[in-house]
Write a protein that binds this ligand. Structure first.
Ligand code: PBG
Length: 332
C-alpha cells in the first residue's frame, strides 16, 4: 500500500473499534459454516461411539453412527465430511490389500453416507498407513519407503474410493507422481467429476500424535516419516509442490498442519490463487482442548480465533475436528 496514514488525531484507529456495529462493518474476514470440512474416525461394529483419550470430544464411530453424524453435519450446513478408518490390526498386512478392498470400512461408510445423506460431500484419504503393518504411508522395502510401487497401490485405493462414491479424494501420502497417476486413472475409468484435494505441503510434524492414536497407527509405526513428508524448515519447496500438483491435475491444495504453517498458506494463496485449504490437525485440536479443560484458556474463543486465522491467511476452507462445535456456535 502506498497510502500514507493520516497523523493523530486526524487518524484515531480506535474510532472504528468503538462498538460492535462498527467493528462488524469494518471486519475484513468472516468464518462461515461453509468453510468447514469435518474429519471423522470410522471403526467397525454397530452403535459404537468410542471416545479418543487424546482428542476430547472426538470419537471413533461405527458406520451407522457415522451416518447419523453426517446427517447432523449436513443439518448444521457443513459441506464436507472426511473419513479416516480405524482398521482392525488383523487386517494390516505388508501388501496393504485392505486399502483397495471395495468393502473396507472407508468404502462402506462412503456408500452408507451417500445413500442416506446425499447432500453432504464425502472426502476420503489416500495413503497406506491405516493398512500397513509398518505404519507407513508407503510400502517399506529394506527400510526404504519405496515410491513408484506405492503409487500403483494408491491408484487402486483411489479408484475403489471413487467407485464407492467419494466426491473428494485426498492423497495424504506425499509420494512423488501420485496426483498425476490418480488423475489419469480416474479419467480413464470415467470418473471425470471426482475432485482431488492434494495434501500438497504436508510436513513431517509432531502435531499428528493424537491422530495416530485415533487410527491405531502409533504402535505400528517404525521410524519416522521424514523421507517423504516435508522438512518444517522449508517454504519455497511448498511452492514447487503446489506447482507440480496443479500441473498433475489437483483441483485443490492443502497445507498441513495448520496454525504453525500459516505463512505457507499465505504464500500458496498469493502465488497461485487456487482453492487453498489448511488442516488444523489433531495436535492443534488437542492443545486447545487440553488448555481449555484445565481452565487455562477460553476454549470456545480460542477455537473461533484459531479458525479465523486461516481465513486471514487466505485459506478457502479448513479441515477441523471442531467443525460441528463451530457450526453450532456461529450458526446461532
Ligand atoms: C496419514 C495421515 C495423517 C494425518 C492425516 N492423514 C498422519 C500422518 O501423516 O502420520 C494427520 C491428521 C491429524 O493429525 O489430525 N496418511
Amino acid at each position: 500500500m502506498t497510502l500514507t496514514p493520516a497523523a493523530f488525531p486526524s487518524a484515531r484507529l480506535r474510532r472504528t473499534r468503538q462498538s460492535a456495529a462498527l467493528r462488524g462493518l469494518v471486519r475484513e474476514n468472516t468464518l462461515t459454516v461453509e468453510d468447514l470440512i469435518w474429519p471423522v474416525f470410522v471403526r467397525d461394529g454397530e452403535g459404537v461411539e468410542e471416545p479418543i483419550a487424546s482428542m476430547p470430544g472426538v470419537y471413533r464411530r461405527s458406520v451407522d453412527k457415522i451416518v447419523e453424524a453426517a446427517q447432523e453435519a449436513a443439518d448444521l450446513g457443513i459441506p464436507v465430511i472426511c473419513l479416516f478408518p480405524y482398521t482392525d490390526p488383523s487386517l494390516k498386512t505388508a501388501d496393504c490389500a485392505e486399502a483397495w478392498n471395495p468393502d473396507n470400512l472407508s468404502n462402506r461408510a462412503t456408500r452408507a453416507i451417500k445413500a442416506a445423506v446425499p447432500n453432504i460431500a464425502v472426502m476420503t484419504d489416500v495413503a497406506l498407513d491405516p493398512y500397513n503393518i509398518d505404519g507407513h504411508d508407503g510400502f517399506v522395502e529394506n527400510g526404504e519407503i519405496v515410491n513408484d510401487r506405492t503409487v500403483e497401490a494408491l491408484v487402486k485405493q483411489a479408484l475403489s474410493q471413487a467407485d464407492a462414491g467419494a466426491d473428494i479424494i485426498g492423497p495424504s501420502d506425499m509420494m512423488d507422481g501420485r496426483i498425476g497417476a490418480i488423475r489419469t486413472a480416474l479419467e480413464t475409468a470415467g470418473h471425470h467429476n471426482v475432485t482431488l484435494m492434494s495434501y500438497t505441503a504436508k510436513y513431517a510434524s509432531a502435531f499428528y500424535g493424537p491422530f495416530r492414536d485415533a487410527v491405531g497407527a502409533s504402535g505400528a509405526l517404525k521410524g519416522d516419516k521424514t523421507t517423504y513428508q516435508m522438512d518444517p524448515a522449508n517454504s519455497d519447496e511448498a511452492l514447487r509442490l503446489v506447482a507440480r500438483d496443479l500441473a498433475e491435475g489437483a483441483d485443490m491444495v492443502m497445507v498441513k498442519p495448520g496454525m504453525p504453517y500459516l505463512d505457507i498458506c499465505r504464500r500458496v494463496k498469493e502465488s497461485f490463487g487456487v482453492p487453498t485449504f489448511a488442516y488444523q490437525v489433531s495436535g492443534e485440536y488437542a492443545m486447545i482442548q487440553a488448555a481449555a479443560q484445565n481452565g487455562w484458556i477460553d476454549g470456545e474463543r480460542a477455537m473461533i480465533e484459531s479458525l479465523m486465522a486461516f481465513k486471514r491467511a487466505g485459506c478457502d476452507g479448513i479441515l477441523s475436528y471442531f467443525a460441528p462445535m463451530v457450526a453450532r456456535k456461529i450458526g446461532q
